[in-house]
Design a protein around this ligand. Structure first.
Ligand code: 16G
Ligand code: ZN
Length: 532
């Protein structure tokens, strides 16, 4: 067949480096950009197949390594509704990437097609984009070769944030449906968000000025464009760390991951007390907020604080409107104990806990009418179910107060990227809520006080020996370890600790929290020692 011989032929141009074992993990393939040429070519083949399997629905391919250092890069697939690639296909991705020879790759391609009864002559549609990394253009060329070899139709969306591409994929695939998600273009994305933001904040006090550290990544120019669409009458934004041409500065001593893991300000930022600050990561799908107080002490407002703020606001709007809908929150084991307590005891909002990784949270959030999910690291969004949307759209308000609340809820659903966590959309969401409440970062922070916590990375002989249950909160293997952890935790007031194998690094992670900083640190160290 012509396609198969094309694949073999093109594949010779993208040889697989010897001795490297690839794995499609929670973040797709991610490693040094120089090791990714063959992988990205092969992802092109797989994307073409995936689209054919789904009757020509459009599949997305994003080339980015998010918060990783500048020399890294990565690639991941986006399913038709803008969701992460279906888990069963991760195995095919890994197989393709590891095929030893061009022939073996072609055989693998045919094997998947046969196993899944894919007609190789059927239409295939793929869209792709990349972040600002230097290795991006060459990887795009490899991807195009893969798509050409597999005879797929494709469109290059050039430089986008990851969530923008998720948005575009969903727009394309819902375009002919009764409920199109939006215009499948970058301008369509800006228009949708800015229109919704203006409706949500209409008649409210102008939001507090916010300074955003864009990690010297793709989020910088995109946020400026979005702010321009919204206009300075509605929003005051100051974007810093936006040097996308200084490629070596990407994520360097700045950005959401730096701020969250180091629990400190981006280097070089000189904050004014009680003003609002935020940091994006390198592909703008994560955001954390922070401020300093009068004594210049740093206060982090992380994913848990965002989830609590959003849940509170939406819960109150639902109550005012009188619509019969339930808001729920999805967290992971990393959620600060104080946030869970605040949600349960004060807001009386149900919580589901899932294992780490966006796909787990996303699916759990789909089970609520309105599902708020955030990882503590700042990745998250709010999902309005189809039936909630219908309920809201057809609701007949009895008074202007109810009407206002319903309009705000509907506009929130448009403002919030429903496909995946989106730093730009989350930023607007938070600002809009603060504007409604006439709050600054300090008032937001006062909703509850985080328990001091510590995260430690422990290198062990074999991390795969660490098996967990109860959404990663308890170890079942190696046998006996959980008993030791329980005994340690008991000694600390408000103590909590868990151990899980990292999905992205060869190590296990130990999380501990307790009533005081000293105790949290001590508990983390003791639990870490108990693993050796
Ligand atoms: C991946 C996940 C992220 C999670 C992180 C945990 C996605 C898109 N990304 O980056 O959500 O927080 O892994 O890393 O699911 P770890 O397993 O090394 O702790
Ligand atoms: Zn990211």
């Amino acid at each position: 067949r012509q396609q198969l011989s094309q694949i073999t032929k093109f594949s010779t141009l993208h040889p697989r480096p010897e001795g490297h074992k690839y794995a499609y993990g929670t973040a797709g393939f991610r490693l040094l950009g120089s090791l990714l040429d063959s992988v990205v070519f092969r992802v092109g083949l797989l994307a073409a197949l995936r689209s054919r399997k789904l009757d020509g629905e459009t599949i997305g391919v994003m080339i980015t390594a998010s918060h990783n250092p500048p020399d890294d890069n990565g690639v991941k697939l986006i399913d038709p509704q803008g969701e992460m690639l279906e888990a069963s296909w991760e195995t095919y991705a890994t197989k393709f990437a590891n095929a030893e020879t061009d022939d073996e790759l072609t055989k693998e391609y045919l094997a998947v097609a046969e196993a899944l009864k894919i007609n190789l002559d059927s239409p295939s549609n793929v869209v792709f984009a990349r972040d600002t990394r230097a290795s991006g253009p060459a990887l795009v060329a490899a991807l195009k070769d893969g798509l050409r070899a597999a005879a797929a139709d494709y469109a290059d969306y050039r430089i986008l944030t990851t969530p923008q591409l998720h948005y575009i994929v969903k727009c394309i695939n819902t375009g002919k449906s009764a409920t199109p998600y939006g215009d499948p273009s970058e301008q369509g994305y800006f228009d949708k968000l800015s229109t919704a933001f203006k409706i949500v904040t209409k008649g409210k006090p102008k939001p507090p000025i916010v300074t955003v550290d864009a990690a010297n990544g793709v989020g910088g120019p995109k946020l400026k464009e979005l702010a321009r669409c919204i206009g300075s009458d509605y929003l005051d934004i100051n974007v810093v760390k936006d040097e996308i041409d200084a490629v070596e500065r990407l994520n360097f001593q700045c950005g959401a991951d730096f701020v969250k893991t180091q629990q400190k300000l981006p280097v070089g930022l000189e904050p004014a007390p009680f003003e609002l600050y935020a940091s994006l990561d390198g592909d703008a799908d994560r955001i954390v907020f922070y401020y300093v107080d009068e004594s210049n002490k740093f206060h982090l407002l992380d994913g848990d604080k965002i989830a609590s703020l959003a849940a509170m606001f939406i819960r109150d709007l639902i109550a005012v409107s009188g619509v019969d809908l339930q808001v729920g929150v999805v967290q992971t084991a990393y959620a600060n104990g104080s946030s869970s307590k605040y949600l349960t005891d004060i807001l009386k909002v149900p919580i589901t806990v899932t294992p780490t990784g966006v796909k787990h949270l996303h699916h759990a959030a789909q089970l609520f009418d309105v599902g708020v999910y955030f990882e503590a690291n700042g990745h998250g969004t709010v999902l309005f179910s189809n039936s909630s949307m219908k309920t809201l759209e057809s609701f007949e308000a009895q008074n202007p107060g109810q009407q206002d609340a319903v309009t705000t809820l509907l506009s929130l659903a448009a403002l919030i990227n429903q496909t995946v966590g989106d730093a730009l959309s989350d930023l607007l969401l938070v600002i809009a809520i603060l504007s409604h409440k006439a709050w600054g970062p300090n008032e937001w922070d006062l909703t509850y006080t985080d328990l001091p916590n510590r995260l430690v990375r422990v290198v062990v002989k074999d991390r795969t020996a660490f098996k967990t249950e109860d959404a990663e909160r308890r170890l079942i293997e190696p046998k006996g370890l959980q008993g030791n952890i329980d005994a340690l935790v008991k000694k600390y007031k408000s103590g909590r600790s868990f151990v899980r194998a990292s999905g992205t690094e060869d190590a296990v992670r130990v999380y501990a929290e307790a009533a005081t900083r000293l105790e949290a640190d001590e508990l983390a160290v003791k639990v870490s020692d108990s693993l050796k």
